[in-house]
Design a protein around this ligand. Structure first.
Ligand SMILES: Cc1cc2nc3c(=O)[nH]c(=O)nc-3n(C[C@H](O)[C@H](O)[C@H](O)COP(=O)(O)OP(=O)(O)OC[C@H]3O[C@@H](n4cnc5c(N)ncnc54)[C@H](O)[C@@H]3O)c2cc1C
Length: 485
């Protein structure tokens, strides 16, 4: 957070107000007004043309809009953030995640930077010790995980719900939701932060076009239409990873399915009617009973050896949980801002683990290094942030083609000639682009491919004209309405 804050503070276009909380939100046709309460100095009203709710899983913006979340809560979690020197306790290099199974505690230890860690565990009901006692529970439990003689310092602790939920709508009038405010996944997959950044990237260029009066508001409808199917895939994968862990832990009789059933049972009659104290004790005893089989993990008997080896055999099957580059980078948008391809071979379905770079329409333009003024630079850095970039190896052919397009269409395009820094890399770059020596790829400001062709520029002028007309339909409406006005 401090790194982000420093960046934001140095950005002259941003007024950054720290220690302030949203208390009211009203919108009309021209914009939104928010009331903000400052930690020390009263309240302020801010007026904006557009408002983006990026205020996390318990979003006040979402609540004030009256937008509900759709989907189930899978588990309740408690976690503690602490610092300790665990170099002598953990394997080297420090593992990112360590699953802890002992008769007192079952959960996950997450490595953060330096000597910071998060230890977390599910609970069944709020009345359990873990929730009721908070820091004092963790002070007792941390030594049972890291060793009684290792000093530690608790920084914060808290509870949260692991859910798989999407907001009913991502936009209401002048207000948009991004990140956890729009979707919540189980942490099993690590899609949360990434997908929030992708939301912002999808929305930013559209909002800029509308704000700068280059396009009508209808362009913003594509935000939810494009992002919702992608985040639904991430949610599905995270849930699948969560329950697939049972293949490892069912050998200990501890499963996420069992946890979900117990959680539901405690929220249902007759257990939910039990007096609080009894309910808490009952849940604590149930968990303790479930953890008891973990005793075998440290035994030397043949049975214990067999148990450990069954668990070890189930671990490689968890690969998708930890490696999902295929899904994170390989998803494709569809809809009005992507021209579907008919003539070429259909794209092979994106896998979860392996990312297959492709310029298939809707996909993210693959990473490549090109030369600009003698300097090697990633292609994704040079695509235009406002207009559509037409990327080709054939500068002469496509420059000629652009001369044949109507002027309003040309003004929406930027021609980028992809020259590799080393001549010997040319064949590789041509093959990566998948459009041959003379074709071209049309890329949106967010780096996603809108259209591609293998035809040389002069043979593709008619197609390009139709494509740009379709892609900029909301832009032209704006121009037309300005002319009428
Ligand atoms: C245990 C755990 C492990 C995770 N691991 C991963 C991982 O490996 N990879 C990954 O990609 N993601 C992971 N995530 C998810 C990731 O942390 C979130 O998806 C991400 O932080 C969401 O970003 P956000 O900006 O949408 O919301 P947040 O990070 O929650 O930020 C919201 C901000 O809004 C502020 N705010 C809230 N309400 C108000 C209000 N009323 N007024 C003013 N400000 C307000 C908050 O203070 C906060 O600063 C994990 C989450 C958890 C809980």
């Amino acid at each position: 957070m401090p790194v982000l804050w420093r960046w934001i503070e140095s950005e002259s276009l941003i007024t950054f107000v720290k220690g302030a909380g949203l208390i009211s939100l009203n919108q009309d046709e021209g914009g939104a007004t928010v009331g903000v309460k400052h930690a020390h100095s009263g309240t302020t009203a801010y007026r904006a043309d557009w408002l983006i709710g990026a205020d996390g899983a318990n979003s006040s913006v979402r609540e004030m809009l009256g937008v509900s979340m759709e989907g189930p809560v899978l588990a309740h979690m408690a976690s503690v953030f602490f610092s300790a020197d665990l170099d002598s306790v953990l394997a080297k290099p420090r593992p990112l995640l360590s699953w802890i199974y002992n008769p007192d505690f079952c959960g996950v230890l997450i490595k953060h930077f330096d000597d910071h860690y998060i230890l977390m565990s599910p609970f069944i009901t709020q009345e359990q010790e873990m929730v009721r006692l908070g820091a004092s529970y963790w002070s007792r439990m941390i030594p049972k995980v890291i060793g009684a003689d290792v000093p530690f310092q608790i920084r914060t602790q808290g509870n949260w719900s692991m859910a798989t939920q999407l907001a009913q709508v991502f936009r209401k009038g002048r207000v948009m939701l991004v990140g956890d405010a729009a979707h919540r996944f189980p942490h099993t997959g690590g899609f949360g932060l990434n997908s929030g950044v992708q939301d912002a990237q999808n929305l930013a260029w559209k909002l800029a076009a509308v704000q700068e009066s280059r396009a009508t508001e209808s362009l913003l409808d594509s935000y939810e239409a494009e992002r919702k199917p992608v985040v639904a895939l991430f949610a599905e994968q995270s849930v699948s990873n969560h329950f697939k862990l049972d293949e490892v832990t069912n050998h200990l009789n501890i499963t996420n399915r069992g946890l979900m059933s117990a959680t539901k049972a405690f929220e249902t009659a007759p257990i939910k009617w039990l007096p609080s104290k009894l309910k808490g004790r009952f849940a604590d005893a149930l968990m303790k009973l479930a953890f008891s089989k973990t005793r075998q993990l440290t035994e030397t008997s043949a049975r214990a050896h067999e148990l450990r080896s069954r668990i070890a055999q189930a671990v490689p099957g968890q690969l998708e949980h930890f490696l999902s580059t295929g899904l994170e980078f390989g998803y494709a948008y569809s809809g009005g801002l992507v021209i579907p391809e008919r003539s070429m071979q259909p794209k092979v379905g994106a896998g979860v683990v392996d990312y297959q770079p492709t310029t298939w329409p809707g996909c993210r333009l693959p990473h490549a290094l090109i030369s600009r003024g003698g300097v090697e630079i990633p292609l994704l850095y040079v695509i235009d942030k406002r207009k559509f970039s037409l990327i080709t190896h054939d500068d002469v052919g496509w420059a000629q083609a652009l001369l044949c397009l109507p002027l309003p269409y040309v003004s929406e395009l930027v021609l980028i000639v992809a020259v590799p820094s080393k001549a010997e890399d040319r064949a590789e770059l041509v093959s990566l682009f998948e459009v041959g020596e003379h074709g071209a790829i049309l890329v949106r400001p967010d780096g996603h491919v809108a259209w591609r062709t293998t035809l040389p520029g002069m043979n593709a002028v008619g197609d390009l004209e139709q494509v740009v007309r379709k892609l900029t339909v909301s832009y032209r409406r704006k121009i037309a309405s300005a002319v009428v006005a």
